[in-house]
Write a protein that binds this ligand. Structure first.
Ligand SMILES: [Zn+2]
Ligand SMILES: [Zn+2]
Length: 355
């Protein structure tokens, strides 16, 4: 909240601007930032909300006076929290203004009947390291609200309403806060001005029901932990012919016992018997592929040295091959020795001491 912009700055008007200038400035911005002109543009939507909030305060002489004297915090300490959660709320509140900007095509009527883009949805999915390395297909379950069919999204059984008794259909109620008298959205009808005669039994009056959908997601080879995929148009469906939102799937990769991932490379701690480190030889290295890779140990290989198996890492996202598998050598010292082994090691010890 600290970075809230000054309302006059948002609307681009002077501090002493008259009511008409404020309205004019807001209309100009609303035409520019209107969601129908900027479909899917979240920045335009945020600016539209910001401008609408500024207009909401500055058009009201009482609120404006509080804001001029005490700023944003003055409004909130007076119990007033301006702002709009959705574009729909803006059309609901300033319907008359949009009516004369857009020739009656928007405004109050648009609130329920105009096309609206569906919301974006975000889900997570867990993958094994192998699936991330080679790509896979995953199914994700989505749950989102859609208009209730029983009441056509109105929340009222049979679409029958009474005028809200609390606000007498105004949608706003007056509240006394200290020295200030302010109007705020009617809590009984949430600004609708009407209440259902009988709440719809299917959606319990909310107008929405949750529906479930399963979406198949193609996971590209080489995806990394925390990355998100965007599936255009797979979000919440739009209303009244509006476009659907997008679906964002964020990937979480399960830790793997054998490999640590380092970009497109993998790191594996490889245990090699100390005799093989002395004499050299071949060892099997586990891989993400179906069969192990062969690795040559040179005589005299030291603990901690890194040997690389090329091309056995994770696929590159751009399809240009795979990273490498780096093996960090750990020397294995046997803890139980047969009498024969002990004798042989004794001989070895003596021979090394001679040197
Ligand atoms: Zn319903
Ligand atoms: Zn009401």
């Amino acid at each position: 909240m600290a970075d809230k912009r000054d309302y006059y700055e948002v609307l681009g008007v002077a501090k002493d601007a008259g009511e008409a200038d404020i309205k004019k400035a807001y209309k100009k911005l609303a035409v520019q930032l209107h969601p129908d002109k900027n479909p899917g543009d979240a920045t335009a939507e945020e600016r539209f909300k910001e401008a609408s909030e500024a207009f909401e305060v500055l058009k009201d002489p009482q609120k404006r006076q509080v804001y001029d004297r005490f700023g944003h915090s003055g409004l909130s300490s007076g119990g007033y929290h301006p702002g709009f959660r959705s574009v729909e709320d803006i059309f609901g509140s300033f319907g008359d203004i949009f009516g004369d900007i857009f020739g009656g095509g928007f405004g109050g009527a648009r609130r329920r009947d105009g096309p609206m883009r569906g919301a974006d949805l975000r889900v997570g999915t867990r993958l094994s390291l192998k699936d991330a390395a080679f790509g896979t297909q995953k199914e994700v379950k989505l749950q989102f609200p859609a208009p209730c069919e029983a009441c056509k999204g109105s929340g009222a059984e049979g679409g029958a309403f009474d005028t809200c008794p609390t606000c007498k259909g105004q949608g706003q109620v007056g509240i006394q806060r200290g020295a200030f008298f302010m109007s705020s959205t009617c809590p009984a009808c949430r600004g609708q001005g009407r209440t259902a005669k009988t709440l719809c039994g299917k959606c319990r009056g909310s107008g929405d029901v949750d529906i479930e959908r399963t979406v198949k997601v193609n996971i590209p080879a080489g995806i990394d932990d925390g990355q998100s995929l965007r599936l255009t148009g797979q979000g919440q469906p739009g209303r009244m012919g509006g476009p659907s939102g997008n679906l964002f799937v964020t990937v979480q990769i399960e830790p793997d016992e054998r490999f640590q991932r380092d970009g497109n490379d993998l790191v594996h701690e490889l245990h090699v018997p100390f005799t093989k480190c002395c004499l050299g030889g071949e060892v099997d290295v586990p891989t993400l592929d179906d069969k192990p890779a062969k690795l040559t140990i040179e005589p005299g290989t030291q603990a901690g040295s890194i040997l690389t198996v090329p091309g056995h890492g994770v696929s590159r996202l751009d399809g240009r091959g795979r990273g490498d598998l780096h093996c960090q050598i750990q020397i294995e010292v046997p803890t139980e020795l047969s009498a024969k082994a002990k004798a042989l090691l004794g001989e070895l010890q003596a021979s090394l001491d001679e040197k």
